[in-house]
Design a protein around this ligand. Structure first.
Ligand code: 5AD
Ligand code: SF4
Length: 471
């Protein structure tokens, strides 16, 4: 029998992109064949996001469109995984009765097994548990449940052979009033440091040069066992020593967990990049309080100063929510002021989207009009874009070290052979230590290596340059 073919459609954050990669690798290892689109698939999976309503509605309409596919192909499997599956559970089946499988983010390692069961007509429909302590049938102690998280890493499913995301913790305990994540991803739990180091060594052995460590509040990573306590700074030190790993980043950091020791580790460890994503969410104390963030705007500013003072040339990025419940024009202006002051490399700006089941949905009115949310979003974006452009422009004339990611997506198709060069010259992209995208011409053989590029031009989010001959 021909192998069953699967396609995973992914929306949402880096956690989801990683989950889809791991799910694909697990399915491929179980004998299923991956596809790049849904065309010709026997199994279509949706990896979903619940952070904003829009992301959910997109999935429900895509599921609706699959009704026809399923009618004409009863043996086909439609699965919904990720945060929306976790949150909506039976509702997914009510709204889309043709769905065969609803599976929470903590259960993805069981995917091949569950799909095999469906093929045998045992029709498992819902497998959700936000809690990794009680992950479905095989319950174990904390340590046992973590030992089981030993994902299959196949280079062909990574964003690129040279880059990988690595989960170092699960869940979140912060319960910010607007956020559904603690409910969909469960309680905060760090992975054993030894497991993380082992996974990264395996990645390095298969060609990975850059790792992005993932956690909802990644800088509060802490693993304790009989041998002692491993903090985020300790973990970075261990990963820094892994042969082959050139670059280490971590996202997302919670402002109050950024200790001096961690900042010094970022400064001192050769392979840890001077890039920190530290979402502020808002610039007004009154709103931060309603959001149940555990710091004031002044404390956030103190952190920004501490980062710039400790790590020369550090790039900071942030997230902001505009139009949160009761946000006045004056409060919004305080966010604008913070963005002007902090000189972020970039900010991700979101319009508040009420999420049923959160503290804010229960206690506050979602009373800022959609048109006003949009206006504030655009206004803040304009301020940030101008700052991003200024920050980028400072690089013109400098030579930066770039980890080459490969041909740029917009690269011209017909590549020109360089006279005397060992391989073809094309438009390449890569990133600086502080995560700025650099576009330059060079041989594709540079992919996965560090190159020196002299910056000649800049745009808000891209630098352009020419390869230095010593690369
Ligand atoms: N509405 C809008 N944005 C949200 N975020 C989280 N929850 C919501 C919500 N209900 C944003 C926060 C977070 C980012 C990942 O998504 O800014 O940092
Ligand atoms: Fe959501 Fe707050 Fe946890 Fe981030 S820290 S995942 S915003 S609850």
């Amino acid at each position: 029998m021909a192998p069953k073919r699967f396609f995973i459609y992914t929306v949402g954050c880096q956690m989801n992109i990683l989950d889809s990669e791991l799910a694909a690798a697990a399915l491929a290892q179980a004998g299923y064949q991956p596809l790049k689109s849904a065309k010709g698939a026997d199994i279509i999976l949706f990896n979903t996001c619940s952070v904003r309503e829009h992301a959910e509605e997109k999935i429900y309409s895509a599921l609706g469109r699959l009704k026809h596919w399923k009618d004409s192909r009863p043996e086909g499997i439609v699965g919904v995984m990720g945060c929306m599956a976790q949150k909506d559970r039976e509702t997914v089946l009510k709204r889309a009765p043709h769905v065969d499988l609803v599976i929470g983010p903590g259960q993805i390692d069981r995917l091949p097994h569950l799909i095999a069961e469906i093929h045998k007509n045992q029709t498992p429909r819902i497998a959700v548990s936000a809690d990794r302590f009680h992950s479905g049938s095989e319950t174990g102690s904390v340590r046992e449940s973590f030992r089981r998280y030993d994902p299959i890493r196949l280079p062909e499913f990574r964003p690129s052979r040279y880059q990988a995301m690595v989960r170092i913790m699960f869940g979140c305990d912060k319960f910010c009033s607007y956020c559904i994540v603690p409910k969909t991803r469960g309680p905060e739990q760090s992975r054993p440091a030894d497991d993380i180091v082992r996974e990264i060594k395996t990645l390095a052995d298969s060609g990975c040069r850059e790792v992005m460590l993932l956690g909802q509040t990644v800088n509060s990573y802490c693993w304790k066992d009989a041998a002692g306590t491993v903090t985020m700074a300790d973990l970075l030190e261990r990963i820094n020593g892994i042969a082959g790993i050139e670059r280490i980043r971590f996202v997302s950091s919670y402002p109050t967990a950024m200790t001096d020791t961690l900042l010094e580790a970022v400064r001192d460890l050769e392979h840890v990049m001077p890039y920190l994503h530290v979402p502020a969410q808002h610039g007004a104390d009154s709103v931060l309080k309603r959001m149940r963030r555990r710091y004031t705007a002044a404390q956030y500013r103190e952190l920004v100063e501490r980062i710039y003072q400790t790590i020369p040339g550090a790039a900071i990025t942030s997230d902001f929510i505009v139009g949160f419940c009761g946000e006045t024009e004056e409060e919004f202006e305080q966010t604008v002021e913070l963005v002007r002051w902090a000189r972020f490399k970039n900010s991700f700006i979101f319009k508040y989207s009420q999420r049923p089941g959160t503290y804010a949905a229960k206690h506050y009115d979602d009373d800022v009009k959609e048109s006003e949310k949009r206006r504030r979003n655009n206004a803040l974006l304009d301020v940030q874009n101008a700052i991003s452009a200024e920050q980028s422009a400072r690089f013109v004339g400098q030579t930066v070290e770039v980890l080459v990611e490969g041909p740029s997506k917009t690269a011209k198709k017909g590549v020109l052979p360089l006279v005397g060069a060992s391989s073809c010259q094309t438009q390449l992209t890569g990133r600086t230590p502080c995560d700025r995208i650099v576009v330059f011409d060079g041989p594709t053989s540079l992919t996965g290596t560090l190159a020196r590029v002299r910056i000649t031009e800049s745009a808000p989010f891209t630098l352009f340059g020419s390869l230095q001959s010593d690369s």
